[in-house]
Every structure is written in C-alpha cells, then in structure tokens.
Design a protein around this ligand. Sequence first.
Ligand code: FE2
Length: 298
Amino acid sequence: MHLCLSGPLTTEQVTVPIPGLSAALKGTTLVQFSDFHFDGLRLSPRLLGQAITRSNHLEPDLVVLTGDFVTEDPAPIYPLATKLKQLRSRHGTYAVLGNHDDVTLEGRQMIMDALRRAGITVLWNDIAYPLGPDLPLVGLADLWSGPLRARDLLAQIPADCPRILLAHNPDTAAAVMGDRVDLQLSGHTHGGQILLPGIGPLPLLARRLRYYLPRWLRQHLPYLNDHCDRITRHWEWASGLHTVGDNCLYVNRGLGTYFPGRWRCPPELTVITLTPAPQRRLHPAEQKREAVNLTLAE
Ligand SMILES: [Fe+2]
C-alpha cells in the first residue's frame, strides 16, 4: 500500500560549467537519483522501475545515488539493490549513504554490502576516479554520521583539479564553502515536498510561521514541528541548482515520498551535463596549501 501522493516522475536537465574541465570530459553526462526510501510505503516498485528504465534509455556516462535507500528497517535494501543492479552507464554506479541508512552500524553495513554485491561502488569518505584522474569523485559519510572529513579529502586533490562531491545533506555545502567543490550533488530535503507558488518550499514558510504558534500545538502539525526545522538549516536549497560561495550545489528532490505527500514537487531523475568553464582562482586557503605542497616537493 502506498499512502503518500507522489506525482509523476520528472526528468530535470541541467548543464553545469566545470572550471578547468578537460576537453575529453566535455559533454559528460551524469544521472542522479536520491532518497529512495524503499520501504513498501514511500516508493512504489512501478515508479522505481520507470526511473531505472528512463536512466538506461539516456545511456549516461555515470550514475550517482545520493543516499536514503531505506527509511528505518535496512532489510528492503535487498530487493532495492536487485533493482538498482539493472542501472547501466559507461563508468558504473557510485553511491553515498544518507542519514536513514545509518540508523545502526549493522544496518549501515548491510546496506553497503548489498549495494556492493549489486556492483555499486559505495563511497564513505573516499575518493574515486570513475571518469579518470582529471575529475575525482569525492563521496562523504552523511553529515549526521560523525565528524565531517570533507576538508581532509578535498585537500588530497591538487588545487587546480576540478572535483565532484557526493554528500547526502545539502547543508554540507555550508561546511565546505572554503574549499573547492565544482559540483556538490545532494538530496535529503525531498524538495520540501510541497512547493508554494511564488514562495517556495512549504518548510521555508513554516519556519517563519512556527514561532507564532505555541509549541504544544505545532508539535502535532507536519512542517511546523521541531523535527522539520532540524532536517536542514538551508531550506532555501531544498531543490535545484545553487551557488554557495564559489561552489555549485545541486539538490535532487528524490524519488521516495513522506507523509503528507508531494504537491508541485514531483519525484526526480536528474541528468547533469558537464561543460568546460575557465579555471577558477584559488581560495586563499588553497593558495596557502599549494605553496606548502610546492615547498615540500622541492
Ligand atoms: Fe530522505
């Protein structure tokens, strides 16, 4: 039974300029999926099958999955991984986990093992090179899973080398603003699920309204309770493409749906096309790090 209203699957097409992208990678296409919440309630097998078929039809260079494969119980990862094994691309499928995939240590390991058995590379504070040495893919543990390792990982990449970051929670963008991230791909917010014309995601409005209501009342109201405020600090980044400092963030609305459902915020498959842009100036911190690296290399 699927309690939540979802709406039809939409394909979002976005072209992202990547400073210093090598000519060989011009036109590289990535398909992103996020927030499956495959638990029998929040994502129908039909919608999932449709998303996989559509992705395969697009013949992308790479498929990336940005977490929340399950909701609480990790067991549905087995049927989900069987389905995700059908994803096709030139350079494989890469994944990071979300907060719902890290409820217990055992559950997290179950999810990682199931995905890896399905041929999916799971990055947990790791760097991979599916597109070659000129465009590393950095995959983080979820922001709520412990100390953020982003700075250490990003510092391992030469400052003039563009990089893509997979991080479930878009709030990560605020934490890595001082580092070079040419494109961060995230999910987590489900786009806010309800989009109000001219206003944006309902949680953004609710954040302003909630202080006018007594706590005992708002705790019983979806979007007005404290939990909604804790999901993300940056509801203004609930979906789509954003510039955060010198970095670029894309937030996918996800496939799964929570109560009370979606309105004007349909589940999403994203097709990202990379295009070259002029090399960017180094951050002061990067300049300092490069100077130290050069000194050490001499
Ligand atoms: Fe989620």
